[in-house]
Design a protein around this ligand. Structure first.
Ligand code: G6P
Ligand code: MN
Length: 448
């Protein structure tokens, strides 16, 4: 079986390859094609993979190319993990928004819109090429903002484009552990959009154990989301939000923490990752050790500014271990390729799951997965305040897709202006001007 990874020179590729190395069953991935626009990054990552593969007799063969069409031909699965504009672009997304006093984050608020405006045209081009060159391939989208990008791709690939994120499963795992339960035996009642969802229940042996958690402040304050949001707010909500909701519920604090930070997350990663790729150019740099060290630092500092804003300390040791994206991706691929039926929280088309959204809106929800793809489970409706946020943000995503298609600046302004975290139409206009200044990739927005 052939897997193509777009963004194959990306830092997280060794996580995926590591997961593949643990799969020895019939029908496993035997060939990995890495595609990237940057040959230097491909070389660096290929060195890490080579060291990972050493001594593993059935290690998938790896090839690398900068030719997209060549990478896609013959693929059974395509992982799309691209970053249009690179980490410099991510840092600019944050900078421009913060200068206007609003949130600049990779996936949430103005920053997410800017990143979406840059990424959607590229993702759509990829989807069209897959449809033409590898019509039987399944596309698993890792690229943020993952819900929006998956929906844009699904317009060309239908249900063969599936988006993934590790934050819902991570949240479910933390809640289960806090309750002293085995995460693998828990049913997580979770729904929303990517980075905008809520756990409303966690069922073990047919019983919802979430009320027990909500009733005990000590337990509630003991895990990542409990510390971030505080026991009182979680009890008021009666649900546990995805950590990215911190940007909504504590927006002022998050904006201020970002504004006062020595470096925003994007700027930190831009510099940290640049150092990694530079180090990898030295022939004497030990690839796996260098990569592991960089990964550990990246994981330890994840959402550090939010934790700072909430007045909580470092991450728990059990949250630092990886086992997110790559495990979800591998389980999804196995379920489809080998009919190894399973349940995963994925980004798929809504169909009739959330009645406030239309059938084609991509949402994040537990799905039953088999050789026919991902089928969303029906879930209880969200409370009105959550439905309001979901509908508001989905409307923004739709404006982003419309702007990407038409090249209309007015539509792009509308996307910014309608976002719940952008508080004025004039701010929206200044945001677009700021982003057009920074990003050559937005030059297509040249129509009225
Ligand atoms: C979580 C999110 C991802 C994000 C990742 C890394 O897993 O769900 O969407 O890509 O963290 O975040 P970072 O800030 O390290 O790039
Ligand atoms: Mn994510």
């Amino acid at each position: 079986m052939r897997l193509t990874i777009l963004g194959g020179g990306g830092f997280r590729v060794p996580l995926v390859y590591g997961a593949l190395l643990g799969d020895h069953a019939e029908g496993r991935v035997t060939h990995v094609t890495l595609h990237d626009v940057d040959a230097r990054r491909l070389t660096a990552v290929a060195r890490v993979l080579a060291e990972q593969a050493a001594g593993v007799p059935d290690a998938p063969e790896v090839t690398a190319t900068t030719d997209l069409d060549e990478a896609l031909r013959g693929a059974d699965f395509v992982f799309s993990a691209i970053r249009v504009g690179g980490l410099e672009g991510r840092a600019a997304d944050e900078r421009v928004a913060l200068a206007q006093g609003v949130l600049g984050q990779e996936t949430v608020g103005a920053g997410g819109i800017a990143y979406g405006l840059r990424t959607v045209p590229v993702a759509v081009d990829i989807a069209r090429r897959v449809a033409r060159l590898a019509p039987d391939a399944w596309v698993i989208n890792f690229t943020n903002p993952a819900g929006l990008v998956t929906e844009a791709m699904s317009r060309h690939l239908g249900d063969r484009a599936i988006g993934i994120c590790d934050s819902p499963v991570g949240l479910g795992r933390r809640i289960a552990r806090t309750l002293g339960a085995d995460p693998d035996k828990a049913w997580i009642d979770y729904v929303g959009l990517n980075h905008l969802g809520w756990v409303r229940g966690l069922h073990i042996a047919g019983r919802d154990e979430l009320p027990r958690l909500l009733a005990e402040p000590d337990l509630l304050g003991s895990f990542e989301e409990g510390k971030l949001f505080g026991a009182d707010w979680l009890r008021s909500l009666g649900m546990i939000p995805n950590e990215y909701l911190h940007y909504y519920y504590f927006n002022r604090e998050a904006v201020s923490a970002y504004q006062h930070a020595r470096k925003t997350r994007g700027a930190f990663l831009r510099d940290q990752q640049a150092r990694f790729y530079e180090e990898m150019e030295r022939a004497d740099a030990p690839p796996l050790e260098t990569w592991n060290r960089t990964l550990a630092e990246r994981e330890a500092t994840y959402m550090a500014h939010n934790r700072e804003a909430a007045g909580v300390g470092g991450r728990d040791a059990c949250d630092l271990e990886s086992g997110g994206y790559e495990k979800v991706a591998l389980a999804l691929m196995r379920a489809i390729a080998r009919n190894e039926r399973t349940t995963l929280i994925l980004n798929v088309r809504n169909r009739t799951t959330l009645s406030a959204l239309d059938e084609d809106a991509v949402i994040e929800v537990p799905c039953f997965v088999d050789a026919n793809g991902a089928h969303p489970f029906s879930v209880a409706p969200l409370p009105d305040h959550a439905t309001g946020l979901v509908c508001g943000v989905k409307a923004v995503e739709r404006e982003v897709m419309a702007a990407a298609e038409s090249g209309s600046r007015a539509t792009a302004v509308k996307a910014f202006a309608l976002h719940p975290l952008v508080d004025s139409v004039s701010v929206a206009r200044r945001l677009l001007d700021g982003y057009l200044n920074e990003h050559p990739g937005l030059a297509y927005l040249n129509r009225k």
